[in-house]
Design a protein around this ligand. Structure first.
Ligand SMILES: [Zn+2]
Length: 179
């Protein structure tokens, strides 16, 4: 018996009526970057279905070098797989979504940050840079970071959004654009 046992029962229900989806263009032509917080699951918040959109999640939903690398690879893969499949103008849009009440916000406090650095072995500066205290500010910075990256694949646009934990509403703060 493990903690995941009840979820495996849910999976059994899921598998009973499951139909596999072939690898193809994500149905929504979107790639979502958001926080790993269990209150902001984009499958629930945005009603994503299987095959709709790849999702990259980390603490804060920050555009780190690892995220840029993943976007670059997915862009390359999409370009290889989907050439001539009706995605000539755009491959996909990267939607960066930050949220209110983010747990990374505690990292703005120097004492908390010092303790976190000791406990995790991460540099204090990196932890400070990852903090989301005002999601409107950080999402703007991350949209710019992705747009200015030389690794951003061609035909990939970037947009920014804020999810409000209190209302359940996602607001677009940065319309999709190309570098
Ligand atoms: Zn968060």
């Amino acid at each position: 018996m493990t903690r995941i046992a009840p979820l495996l029962e849910r999976n059994e229900q899921f598998a009973r009526t499951y139909t596999p989806t072939a690898l193809g263009i994500p149905a929504q032509q979107l790639l979502i970057v958001t926080c790993l917080d269990h209150r902001v699951d984009p499958a629930i918040v945005l009603g994503l279905e299987l095959g709709d959109a790849p999702v990259i999640r980390n603490a804060g939903g920050r555009v780190t070098q690892a995220v840029i690398d993943d976007v670059a690879y997915i862009g390359f893969l999409a370009g290889q797989l989907f050439a001539g499949q009706g995605a000539d103008d755009t491959l996909f849009e990267v939607a960066v979504i930050h949220h209110t009440q983010c747990g990374t916000g505690f990292l703005a406090d120097p004492g908390f940050r010092r303790q976190a650095a000791t406990a995790t072995g991460q540099p204090e500066a990196a932890l400070e840079a990852s903090a989301v205290t005002d999601p409107h500010l950080t999402v703007g910075a991350d949209v710019e970071r992705l747009l200015s990256s030389p690794s951003l694949p061609p035909k990939v646009s970037v947009s920014g959004h804020v999810y409000d934990i209190a209302t359940g509403r996602v607001t677009t703060t940065h319309d999709a654009r190309y570098p």
